[in-house]
Structures are given as C-alpha cells and as structure tokens.
Design a protein around this ligand. Structure first.
Ligand code: ZN
Length: 470
C-alpha cells in the first residue's frame, strides 16, 4: 500500500522505452495470458542489441516473474521510481487466500487471538557467497531464536524462514542491494529430474557454471547435478542408489517415506535443499543441515523410488515446530500428495505424543494446503462424534481436538474461527456445523483417496536433547 503511494506522484507518459529504468512500474503482457497486469521492472539486459526486461507482476507470486521483450510493455503510463525509494525491491505481493474445504467462507468476525504483525525483511535470500556466512550465523542464532514468526493471517511479503543473521543484515553490510536483485531473479532455465523437465520458480544458488546452462541434469536418486545429459548418464552408471539414502520408515502400496539425517547424509541433504529452493521462495538455505531430519516421500515403480516431495524437521525444536520446509515437486502437485506429506508430519508428532505446527512463513501454496488439511482433519473429528446421552449434544474440548490430531492449539482455534464454526450461546461456546460445511467436507474427503496408515509407520522417536551431539 505504502509503496503504491510513493509511486503515485510520478505517473508519466513515457516517450520511449529507452527511458525505462529498473524500478519502473507499467502494464506488461503476461506470457500465456491475455492480461496486462501492473508489473515492476527488476532488471534490464541487452541481448544482441535488443533489450530484455525482467518483470515482477505486482499482485502475483514471484514464480510468475519473467523476462519479456519491448513488445510486452505498455509504455503509455509508466510510474517511475522516486529516487529516495530505491529501485523498489521491497514489493510486497499480497496473497489471495481462500480457505480450504470448498465454498467461500467469510473471514472470522474477530480475531480472538491477536497476532503480532511479523517482521518483514525483503532481503531474505542470499547469493552463494553469503550463504555459508548466513548458515554459520544461523547455527549461532538457533539456540536463541526470536519470537515465532507467525504470520499466517497477514498479507506480508517475504519473511525469512528463520531470522538468519540479525546482526550483520540489519546493518546492511552483509547483503548488498545488488545481491537482493540477483537473488530475486530466477537463475536456472530448466532442470531435468528423472523423467521430468521442470522450469524453476525461484532463485537457487547452484554454482555459477551450472546456472548459465540451458538445463541442469539432476540424478533423481542422489540429487547430484551435472551439466549435460552425457555427464548424467556417466554418473548413473556409477550411482547405485535407487531410493533416497537413510531408512525407509513407511511403506504402503507404492508410497514410501525415507528418513534422512542431515548430519549423516550431508551432501544429499544439501542437494535436496538446493533443489527445493528452486520451488520455494522463502526458504533460507542452510548448508548447515546437521540439526535437521529430512523426510522424503517417494512413489515406487520398476525403475526405483521417485521423489515426490519432502519436508525437513529440526531434531530439537524449542517452538514445537514439526516441519521446517515442505515441498511437493511440481509434477506431483494438485494430486493430494501435499496433504499426504502434511498428514505424515502430524503422524510423526502423534508418535512423539506432541502437538506441532509448521515453521512460518509458509509459502502461498503451503498455507492453502495447511488450512485445508486443518479444516478437513478437525471436521473429520467433529463429524465422527457421538452424543453422550439422549437429547445430548456431543461435547469436545479444544485440548481434546489437539490430542487427537497433534495440531497445535493456535492452529485449531484459528481453523475453527476461519470456518466460522464457533458461536457463543448462554455462557458457553457452541460449534455449529451447517449443511453446507458438512456437504463440502464429504466432497473434500472423497478426493482424498490416499491417506497415511499409521500401521505402516515403523519408527521410534529419538530424544535428540539427550545426546550431547547429533
Ligand atoms: Zn546419483
């Protein structure tokens, strides 16, 4: 909002594209659509005598950012950046949020739990050089982590996944403005992973010699990257893995989960983080993977166990986080695998006898999946309840819902509020399930064909706190 005001004064008819600079805002033709949404020029480059513009569509997720040519620019009304505002790298992308479970549900009338607005730091990503420094700093900071960055209801822009390097970064000495621009732009054209060719969504600090290539070839089992298909083929001859390293702790039909220790399988864990960064905007890279466990979900066929998605989890979380980062690989999105990952993370928490919550911020897609998972899981519990006596309504406490689902109390409450289920009547809280809610729940559960079966989980939680070293 504030940024828009700053731009407003300076709307000008632009005489030619040559006067366009980084930070200008103007309507741009979004590739593959008929739309010309407002976009900001992030970078300009010369390609064989003609200019290319890297643009960010103001009201859209960064994954839609792209290079366009002059023909895609509507230069009739250009907002030039004000000098003292910088080049506008602080664009916030409002998220359009809807609540899962189908149907349009009005927002809660009042937030009973007041949430502090999250600190926003737009320079959340780092280039390769600063990554290591940040990781080391993060290791130092981990034990004294700041307050929870709980912004699931906010409209904030990028927030670092962890409050990495508070000291140096606040002074601005660690990440230069140039680095901000570099890490805001997608740098990998294409990757090949198993039988999939994927176009990355976000920056990832692959080595410089890799990012200049038309495609990075990644071994789908050990996640090592190679610069050509030939090199990958040579690698595959030597690579014996046909599944992620670590222990297979779950298998049902063709779905498996592998648990990978970030200390014991450091190279794999680092390569997994690197790969995931291509599709996660907020993720602060940690080359220091020691404190994390990685749970990789695979589907099995006669060629091996193919990675579908993963989540990472701190071995010890002081904040009851049960997920640090979570990603479903793009070819497997919108097929129910994201929910399966989430369901598995809560199943682990149930085995631990704890409630848990994902670390914030969640990506836009992650937030949608979680909200929908919470709603479906809580409604499943509520709808299965039987009355205690005749003419009696079933009764349940919030704490009982938490115990049954391992969903953290705050998330249970915010879900009940988002679904608008709680009413206050004659001195007590009453949950009312409307016909619409019940119908949309039945419909939603019909589409969730694959579920986690706790009987297929062979796992004993470790108490990492008791060990002097991981
Ligand atoms: Zn390999």
């Amino acid at each position: 909002m504030k940024i828009d005001m700053e731009y407003m004064d300076d709307s000008t008819v632009c005489d030619s594209v040559s006067s366009l600079v980084e930070g200008c805002r103007l309507p741009v033709h979004m590739t593959g659509t008929n739309d010309w949404p407002l976009a900001e020029i992030i970078s300009i480059k010369d390609v064989q005598g003609s200019k290319c513009y890297y643009v960010h569509y103001v009201d859209f997720n960064k994954r839609l950012d792209e290079w366009v040519t002059e023909e895609s620019l509507d230069t009739r009304k250009v907002h030039f950046p004000r000098k003292d505002v910088g080049t506008g790298t602080g664009v916030s992308t409002p998220k359009k949020i809807s609540i899962g479970g189908g149907g349009s549900v009005p927002p809660p009338p009042m937030a009973v739990i007041s949430r502090p607005s999250s600190p926003v730091n737009n320079s959340e990503l780092l280039n390769g050089n600063a990554v290591l420094a940040a990781a080391l700093q993060k290791k130092m900071n981990r034990k004294r982590k700041g307050p929870s960055l709980d912004n699931e209801d906010s409209q904030d822009g990028p927030v670092p996944l962890v409050p990495a390097m508070p000291g140096p970064r606040q002074s601005g000495s660690m990440v230069s403005h140039h680095d901000d621009i570099v890490t805001r732009m997608k740098n990998v054209e294409m990757i090949e992973l198993g039988r999939h060719r994927l176009k990355p969504w976000y920056f990832a600090p692959y080595p410089q010699e890799m990012v200049n290539l038309p495609c990075i070839y990644i071994c789908e089992f050990c996640l090592k990257y190679r610069k050509s298909r030939k090199c990958l083929e040579r690698h595959l001859v030597k690579c014996n893995l046909r599944h992620p390293p670590g222990n297979e702790i779950y298998r049902k039909e063709n779905i498996s989960f592998f648990e990978i220790d970030g200390r014991k399988n450091k190279v794999y864990a680092q390569n997994l983080c690197l790969l995931a960064k291509l599709f996660l905007d907020h993720k602060t890279l940690y080359y220091d993977t020691d404190p994390f466990l990685f749970y990789v979900m695979t589907v099995f066929d006669n060629r091996g166990f193919h990675i579908v998605g993963y989540f990472s989890k701190e071995k010890e979380s002081t904040e009851d986080y049960n997920v640090a980062c979570i990603l479903t690989m793009p070819p497997y999105q919108r097929k129910g695998y994201g929910k399966l990952l989430i369901e598995f993370s809560y199943e682990l928490s149930k085995f631990e006898g704890k409630t848990g919550s994902p670390e914030k911020p969640l990506s836009d897609l992650g937030l949608l999946s979680y909200r929908s998972y919470w709603a479906q899981t809580i409604l499943e519990i509520l709808m299965s309840m039987k009355p205690v006596g005749e003419n009696e309504k079933p009764q349940i406490t919030i704490n009982e819902i938490c115990e049954l689902t391992s969903i953290k109390k705050e998330d249970v409450i915010s879900t009940l509020q988002n679904l608008n289920l709680i009413n206050y009547y004659k001195g007590q809280y009453i949950i009312t399930l409307s016909k619409e809610i019940i119908q949309s729940q039945y419909k939603a559960m019909e589409t969730r064909k694959i579920r986690i079966d706790p009987k297929c989980l062979h796992w004993t939680p470790k108490d990492w706190g008791k060990r002097s070293k991981w």
